[in-house]
Design a protein around this ligand. Sequence first.
Ligand SMILES: Nc1nc2c(ncn2[C@@H]2O[C@H](COP(=O)(O)OP(=O)(O)O)[C@@H](O)[C@H]2O)c(=O)[nH]1
Ligand SMILES: [Mg+2]
Length: 189
Amino acid sequence: MSAAPRAASVKILIAGGFGVGKTTMVSSISEVPALHTEEVVTELSTGIDDLSGIEDKKTTTVALDFGRLTIDRNLVLYLFGTPGQDRFWYVWDELARGALGAIVVTDTRRLEHSFAGIDFFERRGLPFTVAVNRFDDSPPYTVQQVRDALDLDPKVPVVPCDARDRASCRAVLMTLVEHLILRTTATAV
Ligand SMILES: Nc1nc2c(ncn2[C@@H]2O[C@H](COP(=O)(O)OP(=O)(O)O)[C@@H](O)[C@H]2O)c(=O)[nH]1
Ligand SMILES: [Mg+2]
């Protein structure tokens, strides 16, 4: 009797600037209690981390968020949320190792905070999808306006989402998985 095939494990990064909703997204998606390494934003980070627009934010991810989502018996996604602040870039390098794709979470109130993450994945050739996380006071930009503002390659999917909503986050993940499959089949022919 042959053993059942093992599910493929795929590592996905959830990236983006400070306070865009990465930790929220990993918690919404994960089927196991998401692991977070949150720390209280201290006086010491004042002037170092850009808190403009998110002055109420009291915690920040200093290392990573971790979650898991089983798609079916053949595919399990492992989600790694990255730290948002510029001073933790070295962690991104480590986390990107072995990743197949990424979601760049954006906040349209502070779109410029997404540039560094997008640049990071473009330079590494790591496929990514942009998730536009809507906050109550977000300006009502269309997907096309966000795409233009971020100067994205037309092939990069841009998906509106609510990081607090599981179905919405799953839809973003599925878009990324389809994007990965399309890229793989396009390069295989
Ligand atoms: N209104 C609204 N608030 C959100 C949404 N996503 C996250 N938040 C809130 O925004 C804050 C920052 O989110 P967090 O996930 O910690 O951001 P991170 O720094 O990217 O991990 C938290 O207080 C969240 O509850 C969203 O889609 N809508
Ligand atoms: Mg976080």
